[in-house]
Ligand binder design. Structure first.
Ligand code: AMP
Length: 407
């Protein structure tokens, strides 16, 4: 279905044309029409599905339809999102859709001076994008009021809940109009998201685009068993041997990210980190350098990288496995897009075997192991023997694993 068939306001259609969109993605096909009719929406859709346009286009259209009634400089639409990067990305994307409309789109998020944001808020904003904590700060300072907000989107709801924003989100929702339209977008339908949807949505339409817990068929998954302390050496060896370029590497903690960066820099590998302890500008620069292929490796933590619109990559590396198996699918969603071949490479220590099992259960198949000669896990065999003796179906047996001897 083409956007042209929606009969949108000409200046909105012009913005969409300028973005180069012609055909709608599945989430857009399902969400735009009911949302434009004013229905609440619960959409289970991951980043990369075109979800931003799915919630933003109907809002921009409805604001345009009722523009004549509006004399307010207060925000009429509010989009809450968990991280600074996402807020910035949403402002850019939605700003592009609205570029020919008399609608102002602004984002506020931590890491930027409150006073400079306050000045911008004072000049008026129609669509406000915010991280919850920063928005509450502005509310406390009377820099913004939400009394005119009639459209609310909770973006990446599962992540906002995981990050402990539930009470902030609820406090914010209470300040918006009672009679409002609400859309809840989430990558997964967790119990917490389900509960929140019951609290804030009315007669909503439910949309699921993808089976959430599936990875693209074009992704080849590979596991390198290795001791935790030897992961840095293994990663450096792999990089040198395969000449991987534009590699996105996930670590579990900021400390691991920094340590890896130090080791890679010592080995003269161009790299940058993107994590929550870095200043906003440094994170932005790291991403821009990665996108433009100025650096070979971007090291990121889950939260900082979540939802970022990174172009299709050949390689995503899990330096540590994520705690939640679903996050594995999110992480590797950056590779193997649009029918291209991608590789999801995981360095897995013995301590992470259980996480690996959950991931294999979730993606429905055993992942190929490649045991490199110098990096064998020392006490792997006794463990395998012990598991076999217990006569439980073993996921640790070596069938399917490959040992590569280094020359
Ligand atoms: P999102 O899931 O909203 O982060 O979008 C992922 C990427 O898809 C972004 O780069 C969008 O600009 C792009 N995109 C969204 N909708 C369309 C569309 N209908 N046609 C082409 N590209 C799109």
């Amino acid at each position: 279905m083409n956007f042209a068939s929606l009969d949108l306001a000409p200046d909105l259609q012009k913005g969409i044309d300028a973005c180069g969109y012609k055909k709608m993605t599945p989430v857009q096909e399902q969400a735009i029409i009911p949302a434009r009719q004013g229905k609440d929406i619960l959409a289970i859709a991951q980043t990369g599905t075109g979800k931003t346009a799915a919630f933003a286009i109907p809002i921009l259209q409805r604001m345009t339809d009722s523009a004549a009634d509006s004399v307010t400089t207060k925000p009429r639409a509010l989009i809450l999102t968990p991280t600074r990067e996402l807020a910035e990305q949403l402002a850019n994307t939605i700003g592009a859709y609205a570029q020919f409309l008399p609608i102002t789109v602004r984002a506020v998020f931590g890491g930027i001076k409150l006073s400079s944001e306050a000045t911008k808020l004072n000049t008026g904003v129609d669509v406000l994008i915010a991280t919850p904590g920063r928005l509450l700060e502005h509310i406390a300072e009377n820099n913004v009021t939400l009394s005119a907000v009639e459209y609310v989107v909770l973006d990446e709801s599962d992540r906002m809940l995981d990050m402990g924003f539930i009470s902030d989100v609820q406090a914010i929702m209470q300040r918006t109009r009672k009679k409002r339209q609400t859309a809840l977008f989430s990558a997964t339908l967790s119990a917490a998201v389900n509960e929140l949807s019951h609290k804030i949505l009315h007669n909503h339409v439910e949309i699921r685009t993808n089976k959430v817990n599936t990875a693209a068929d074009t992704v080849e998954h590979v596991v390198y068993p290795v001791e935790e302390r030897r992961k840095i050496d293994l990663f450096k060896d792999l990089l040198a041997e395969h000449d991987w370029y534009q590699v996105l590497v996930f670590t579990s903690t900021t400390h691991q990210a920094d340590k890896l960066q130090k080791a890679l820099r010592e080995a003269k590998v161009s790299c940058a980190v993107c994590h929550g302890d870095k200043r906003q500008n440094a994170r932005r620069r790291a991403l821009a350098d990665f996108r433009s292929a100025k650096i070979q490796v971007l090291i990121a933590t889950e939260v900082a990288a979540r939802g970022l619109d990174i172009p299709d990559l050949d390689f995503v590396v899990n330096y540590n496995l994520p705690y939640l198996a679903e996050d594995y699918v999110h992480r590797i969603g950056r590779t193997g897009r649009a029918g291209n071949k991608g590789y999801a490479i995981s360095l897995v220590s013995r301590e992470e075997e259980r996480s690996l099992e959950s991931i294999e259960r979730l993606i429905g198949g055993r992942i190929k192991r490649i045991v490199l000669d110098d990096f064998e896990v020392s006490d792997r065999d006794p463990l395998i023997a012990k598991v076999a003796k217990q006569k439980r179906p073993s996921r640790l047996n070596k069938a399917g694993s490959i040992t590569i001897k280094k020359s």
